[in-house]
Design a protein around this ligand. Structure first.
Ligand SMILES: Cc1cc2nc3c(=O)[nH]c(=O)nc-3n(C[C@H](O)[C@H](O)[C@H](O)COP(=O)(O)OP(=O)(O)OC[C@H]3O[C@@H](n4cnc5c(N)ncnc54)[C@H](O)[C@@H]3O)c2cc1C
Length: 447
């Protein structure tokens, strides 16, 4: 090992285990700060020899599951990032966060398929699908991975492509951490120097108008347009701009990859609804893409939940508003509806395990903030909202938005299609028969 190996009694143990989501404190038997692929191999072999589970920690946004008793591999030192302008590709190591890739790619007029948050790692986000503001035009981030360097349960480092190991290549792109520790990925980049977009914040009283218009408007917007609406109730903290503090606001997020004049025409019906608090939609460089959602970058204790909807009729919007709108005594800091469809609904050129595509038109994402004693009440409220939307739901879930309580195989299985799941279990049996990688969203090996 060249990186640090820390036991619970060692100084630096807690620091190494820092997460973004503060609802979980990791307590592995040992934490390994990997400096390179050889360190990852050594850690996996050590765990396999002792039959200990392996956990992986990137930026800790999806770390809501306890890693007690595991060998935890921290990837934050794996920060290699190489962009090849001529082939429009990037090799991205496991500790690289989207903010770095956005900055580097933006300098040469290229873009990746990032999500709303710039602080998640590119690798973890992409392994879980990767749903972002260019999604309707270009699909999931996992659809544009061309190779993965992964340490599998046998301790081997493999470079996995569509030709070298097609089954593992299929399973890794959408199967998240179940098949090994990914050291680096190679991805396609896109010539997107800029776009028309940003966010408009409306006062909470306009939530109903904004959401009902969003429902009608999404019926025929072109694939170049990706959009969502978040009902936000932000705390009165210094990082929140004063006009948005401690009040419900409806936040429309827009990214349009076409002529800006056409983008402006498409957004006009929203602007006609009433006076916004802030209108920050306009022409933007790709380097500013994180401003579309403006996700908080500092750690928070978040309890999250979600649902996939096949349709969004007026009744569904009314139910959403009943529990998350201006008249609801809601504990949610964010209740969001994202428009899917377009390329997100189609299988990619080389199929992968990202599922629940064609039947799904909207993604619901809920977040409540609070300490562990609030967990039951906050999850209970989120579940009420998910249950209220059940008539329009597909009953499935989007993997990257599944958190604590979803880690058990029965719940986790909802992230994959009924066809994909048995295939994933079979591939898991071949590559990880002892289920070493079982800490998060576990797919048990086939018998
Ligand atoms: C504020 C916020 C906004 C978000 N927005 C979006 C969004 O717009 N679109 C979207 O798709 N998702 C979004 N997510 C979800 C996010 O992409 C996932 O939770 C992602 O896994 C977080 O990355 P991370 O580096 O923080 O992962 P971590 O929390 O560090 O790891 C989560 C899990 O990923 C797996 N993993 C991590 N690294 C590796 C590796 N190197 N090899 C194998 N497995 C690994 C492990 O199973 C691990 O338990 C958001 C989350 C938050 C909190």
């Amino acid at each position: 090992m060249t990186g640090p190996v820390l036991l619970p009694e060692d100084g630096g143990y807690a620091e190494e285990l820092r997460t973004y989501n503060l609802t979980v404190v990791h307590t592995p038997a040992v934490v390994v700060g990997a400096m390179n692929a050889a360190d990852v191999r050594a850690a996996v072999r050590f765990a396999a020899a002792r039959e200990l589970p392996v956990a992986v920690l990137g930026a800790g946004h999806g770390s809501s599951v306890s890693s007690a008793g595991s060998v935890l591999i921290s990837t934050r030192r794996l920060t290699g990032l190489a962009i090849d302008e001529s082939t429009r590709t990037a090799r991205v190591e496991a500790g690289v966060r989207w903010a770095d890739l956005i900055e580097q790619a933006g300098k040469v007029g290229l873009a990746g398929l990032n999500g709303s948050s710039p602080t998640v790692t590119v690798v973890s986000y992409t392994l879980g699908g990767g749903l972002g503001p260019f999604g309707r035009k270009h699909g999931y981030a996992a659809d544009h991975v061309t190779a993965l360097e992964v340490v599998t349960a046998d301790g081997q480092l493999r470079r996995v492509t569509a030709d070298s190991e097609p089954d593992l290549f299929w399973a890794l792109r959408g199967g998240k951490g179940n098949f090994g520790v990914v050291v680096a990925i190679e991805i396609d980049l896109f010539p997107i120097p800029g776009f028309y977009g940003g966010g408009i914040f409306f006062p909470g009283e306009l939530s109903g108008k904004v959401l009902h218009l969003f429902r009608e408007w999404t019926a025929d917007v072109p694939e170049e347009m990706s959009a969502s609406v978040g009902l936000l109730h932000l705390p009165p903290l210094p990082f929140v701009p004063e006009p948005l503090r401690d009040r419900l606001v409806a936040h429309l997020r827009i990214t349009y990859l076409g002529d800006p004049a056409e983008g402006e025409r498409l957004v006009a019906p929203f602007r006609a609804l009433g006076e916004p608090i802030i209108d920050a939609v306009g022409e933007m460089p790709y380097s500013a893409v994180a401003a579309v959602h403006n996700d908080p970058v500092d750690p928070l204790p978040l309890f999250e939940h979600g649902a996939l909807l096949r349709e969004l009729p007026a009744e569904a919007v009314d139910e959403f508003l009943r529990l998350a709108g201006p008249d609801a005594a809601s504990p949610l800091v964010l209740a969001e509806i994202r428009h899917l469809g377009g390329a997100l609904a189609r299988p990619p050129a080389v199929p992968n395990a990202v599922a629940n595509r064609d039947a799904t038109l909207f993604n619901i994402f809920l977040a409540a903030a609070g300490g562990p004693p609030d967990a039951e009440a906050l999850h209970g409220y989120e579940q009420r909202l998910v249950d209220a939307l059940a008539p329009w739901s597909t009953g499935r879930r989007y993997l990257n938005f599944m958190f604590a309580g979803d880690a058990e195989p029965q719940a986790a299985a909802l992230a994959w299609s009924q066809d994909a799941y048995p295939r994933l279990r079979e591939i898991k049996r071949r590559y990880d028969p002892a289920n070493l990688f079982r800490i998060n969203h576990n797919i048990p090996p086939a018998n």
